[in-house]
Design a protein around this ligand. Sequence first.
Ligand SMILES: [Zn+2]
Length: 351
Amino acid sequence: MDTIERIIALSDAFGPSGFEDDVAAIVKEELSGYDLVMDHMTNIRCEKEKDSDKPRVMVDAHMDETGAIIQAIKPNGTMHFIPLGGWSASSFPSSPFLIRTKDGKKVPAVVAQKPVHFMKKEERNSSLDTADMVMDCGSTSKEETEALGIGIGSPAAPDVKCRYDEERGLFYGKAFDDRIGVSAAIDVLLDLKDEELPCNLCGSFSVQEEVGERGVRANAAALKPDVMIAFEGCPADDTFSEEYMIQAGLRRGTMLRHYDVSMITNWRFQKLALETAAEEGIKVQESVRSGGGTNAAAVNVAEGIPAIVISVPVRYIHSSNCWCTLEDYECAIRLAEAICRKLDWETVNRL
Ligand SMILES: [Zn+2]
């Protein structure tokens, strides 16, 4: 697939945390030229060179998306659910979802809350809670829902089709956190496959990031990286912030994060990344975040591995309807590739 087709396919793929199989299938197809290992969590990893003593640079992206898991089926056929990952409860109501059945089919459902017509006055202004919402697949009894193959533990993800506006270089869709990063990691591995590099490039496609950076720990333990680059789809802040506070706006380039609550980025590595961007004329944005958290943090604290996060700004991540641009994506790839061309032992030892 070309890059745009791949981003669309990855965005469309069903893959809430713990159920990343469809995403993994695309990664395997795209990187069939690599010797890939998939573990029992569905993490995928690879290395460019076998028996190399060059520094090991782990390029990571997480395959999972925020979704939901069915907790119980009510007698009327609707379902209680638990969110997977960091949703705002207000992003759920009226969203179309797909529920994966026991035999792998996808059944459409909507997230419903008590219709406005039946709300008491005080309910209309009360804050939302997912415990008061249901998934509704249009059935009228528990038996009918179960007959579809849905049960306790069935996973669900937003049902949104990705669209690309070629004139504007603009993607609309779901799950760009972190499928845009998955595509970026694939592009980097493909672009650099036959290039002589001072480092050994290692690919990491990890699961269950949205529920606490779980899969990446297994990939890091197996790959034993010396350096890590995490690709992320990060929350764009250009629609509800003052201009001076915008640190991840669409069409302003890739974003390098100095700080979030999970990691203070190794400043020497961050400096190398910023200098590389300046040398190459790549548009970058810098940020200091009051929240957040990425796979880079898990690897960074495990063995003190220098890590940076190269992000593509995405509007409205952790909801069903998102925007991101091809130009920011291309900045992210170009920057990661330029950094990989520099990471020899002497440079890595200075980080
Ligand atoms: Zn993410």
